[in-house]
Design a protein around this ligand. Structure first.
Ligand SMILES: Nc1ncnc2c1ncn2[C@@H]1O[C@H](COP(=O)(O)OP(=O)(O)OP(=O)(O)O)[C@@H](O)[C@H]1O
Ligand SMILES: [Mg+2]
Length: 251
């Protein structure tokens, strides 16, 4: 089966400073159709850079990007990409921001707005449709950005630490909600996180990236049964994965 996303031998170097900074080194990674893959690794190892390359926002120095078997290297493709910073438009309300992908896809305004209004309660944002981003909390902005990303009609979601600014309780809720969406629509997901627990809980595979320049040093299949519930975090297999990933992160 063709992978949904294939990153082939990607290398990237930034040249902003006095010395070139190699960030990613001959890294290959794939996400199968309907697969949930997490990317873990130390800060500064090139995870966000890799997601931008996958989204076609940066052209890698070497290597190629394939979407559904077609090469899209360096070209923005139709994917649901959520950057690490939320990037809501400050002059648009939450509702207007969230409706953007639907409007861009040609959905009439009324229909787009009512679709967003239906989703707001799931994200705990129902009272805030007409607020502007600077009137929302950091966690609320993040949830609004995630909602907007989910509304992109695409088989691939690239999510860069979407739950980082959330409290533990909201984070748990959003995880389960994301899994429910994923199970319902069978999209492919590439998910960046710093949480080993979160990566195991969500994923079919967890890829560990090394310190800069980033390479994949562990590609761990997670065979825990689905649907997953909180109890699974106490299973011996879960704890085994956790130890293995922790050891690999410390290397
Ligand atoms: N636009 C840029 N210009 C120059 N250097 C950059 C740029 N973006 C990122 N870098 C550098 O590339 C390296 C990797 O950054 P990146 O954001 O990809 O890491 P990350 O793995 O996502 O880190 P974190 O876990 O902290 O989000 C860092 O050292 C960073 O300083
Ligand atoms: Mg990052």
């Amino acid at each position: 089966m063709k992978p949904k996303l294939l990153l082939e031998n990607i290398s990237a170097t930034y040249t902003a400073g006095a010395e070139p900074l190699p960030v990613i080194d001959a890294l290959s990674l794939h996400v199968a159709p309907g697969e949930f893959v997490s990317l873990l690794g130390p800060s500064g190892s090139g995870k966000s850079t890799l997601l931008k390359i996958a989204a076609g926002l940066i052209r890698p120095e070497r290597g190629r990007v394939f979407l559904d078997g077609r090469e899209v290297t360096g070209r923005p493709a139709r994917v649901g990409y959520m950057p690490q910073q939320d990037l809501l438009f400050p002059w648009k309300t939450l509702l207007q921001n969230a409706a953007l992908p639907l409007l861009a896809a040609g959905v009439p305004r009324e229909a787009a707005y009512s679709r967003v209004m239906e989703m707001l309660p799931v994200f705990g944002l129902e009272r805030f449709a007409h607020y502007y981003p600077n009137q929302l909390s950091g966690g609320m902005r993040q949830r609004a950005a995630l909602l907007r990303t989910i509304l992109v009609e695409s088989g691939l979601l690239l999510l860069d630490e979407p739950f980082a600014a959330l409290d533990a309780l909201t984070r748990d809720k959003m995880r389960d909600w994301l899994l429910a969406i994923w199970e319902q629509f069978k999209r492919s997901v590439l998910f960046v996180t710093h949480s080993i627990d979160e990566a195991i809980y969500l994923s079919d595979r967890v890829c560990m990236i090394s310190a800069r320049p980033g390479r994949i040093i562990l590609d761990q299949p997670i065979t825990l049964p689905r649907p997953r519930t909180r109890q699974i975090t106490n299973e011996p297999l879960f704890l085994e994965y956790k130890q293995k990933l922790f050891a690999s992160l410390e290397e």
